[in-house]
Write a protein that binds this ligand. Structure first.
Ligand code: MN
Length: 325
C-alpha cells in the first residue's frame, strides 16, 4: 500500500533550509497537537542551527499542555522580525485561527504544515504540506523532518509522539488506511526512547476534580434530537477546562443508535460548537462545521457562531436535517 504521506515540495524544504530563523505559530485555544507541533518544529529548527521564537495567543486551558505555557511568547522579541525569519504555521486550516499571533507575522514569507481536511489556502504555491489523511500535524512534521535529513532525538520524538497520541485518541481513530504509516512512525519514536506509558501519563495527569465533575454535568445535559440520531450537550460559560469536551464526546459517542454528538459551549455573545460523528455514521462533520465558517476533519470538527445557545441549537437542528437520510 502506498504511503498516506506525499513527498514534500522542494520549495517548502528550501524555504526552511535557507531561513536564518523562524517564528512558529499554531491556533489559539491550543490543543496537544498544536503545542506539540510547534515544539517539535522548534526543536528541529534549533537542531539545524536556526534562531526560533514560538508564539501563542493561548489560553492554555488544557491540563496536558499547561506546563508548556511559559515557553510561548505573545510577541516576537525586539528586532527579530527585522531579520526576516520564516513564518511557520502549524495545525491551522485558516489564517484566522492563530488569532493575534497571525498579525505579528503578517509581513513574513510563510509555510503551512497541517492535517485538516477543510480550510482555505493561505500560502503561495509549493509552500504548504497539508495531509488530511494524517492522524496528527506532528506526523506531517515528521515527514518534513525526514525530507530535511534531520535525525530523530528524544526531544523531537517526544513531541512528535505526543501530538500523534492525543490526536489519534491513543490509536483508536486510526483506520486500516492510516495505521500502517502512523504506527511505523510511532515505532521510530519509541526506538529513540519514547515510552507510550509515560506519554499517556503526561497527557492524563493533573486535572482538577471540579473539572471532572463539570464534565459529568455536561454529560447530564445531553438531549437526543433529530429522532435520537444526534445528542446535543451544553457547556456553561463558567466551565473552563479545555479537556472537558474530550471526555464528554468519548462517553456520549457510546450511546446506542446515535450518529454523532454536538457540544455547545456558551461563550457569552458567541457559541463554540464542537462536532463528533461516529466512524460508521458516514457523516462528515468537517463539512457541517465549514457551513458555519469553521472546519476540521470528517469525524471531529468545530465552529464558532454569534448569538445565543438557543439560536445555535435551532441552526444546528435545521442544518443536520440535511445530513441524515
Ligand atoms: Mn491536530
Amino acid at each position: 500500500m502506498a504511503s498516506i504521506f506525499p513527498q514534500c515540495d522542494e520549495r517548502l524544504l528550501d524555504a526552511i533550509r535557507n531561513a536564518s530563523g523562524a517564528v512558529i505559530v499554531s491556533h489559539r485555544n491550543p490543543d496537544g497537537d498544536a503545542i506539540a507541533s510547534t515544539l517539535a518544529m522548534d526543536a528541529i529548527l534549533r537542531k539545524m542551527g536556526k534562531k526560533t521564537e514560538i508564539l501563542s495567543d493561548g489560553p492554555f486551558l488544557r491540563s496536558d499542555i499547561k506546563r508548556y505555557e511559559g515557553l510561548f511568547r505573545k510577541e516576537t522579541s525586539d528586532g527579530f522580525i527585522q531579520t526576516s525569519p520564516l513564518a511557520i504555521i502549524v495545525d491551522c486550516s485558516t489564517p484566522d485561527r492563530p488569532g493575534e499571533a497571525f498579525n505579528k507575522i503578517s509581513g513574513l514569507d510563510r509555510i503551512v504544515i497541517d492535517h485538516h481536511s477543510s480550510g482555505i489556502p493561505f500560502t503561495s504555491e509549493g509552500m504548504s504540506y497539508i495531509v488530511p489523511a494524517s492522524p496528527s500535524t506532528t506526523l506531517c512534521i515528521n515527514e518534513v523532518r525526514k525530507a530535511l535529513g534531520i535525525e530523530l532525538d528524544k526531544e523531537i520524538a517526544y513531541f512528535l509522539y505526543f501530538g500523534f497520541a492525543t490526536d489519534s485518541g491513543f490509536y483508536h481513530f486510526l483506520s486500516d488506511k492510516t495505521a500502517p504509516d502512523a504506527l511505523e512512525a510511532a515505532a521510530s519514536f519509541c526506538r529513540v526512547g519514547i515510552s507510550p506509558y509515560d506519554v499517556y501519563d503526561d497527557l492524563h495527569d493533573g486535572r482538577k476534580l471540579s473539572d471532572i465533575k463539570d464534565m459529568a454535568a455536561v454529560i447530564q445535559s445531553a438531549e437526543p434530537v433529530l429522532s435520537g440520531k444526534f445528542l446535543f450537550a451544553y457547556q456553561s460559560e463558567s466551565m473552563k477546562d479545555g479537556k472537558l469536551s474530550d471526555g464528554v464526546y468519548a462517553s456520549l459517542l457510546e450511546a446506542e443508535g446515535i450518529l454523532g454528538v454536538v457540544l455547545f459551549k456558551d461563550k457569552g455573545d458567541s457559541v463554540e460548537i464542537g462536532f463528533r460523528s461516529k466512524h460508521k455514521s458516514g457523516i462528515d462533520v468537517g463539512k457541517v462545521a465549514s457551513e458555519l465558517g469553521g472546519g476540521g476533519h470528517m469525524h471531529a470538527a468545530g465552529a464558532t457562531v454569534q448569538g445565543s445557545v438557543g439560536e445555535a441549537r435551532e441552526t444546528l437542528v435545521k442544518l443536520l436535517e440535511g445530513y441524515i437520510s
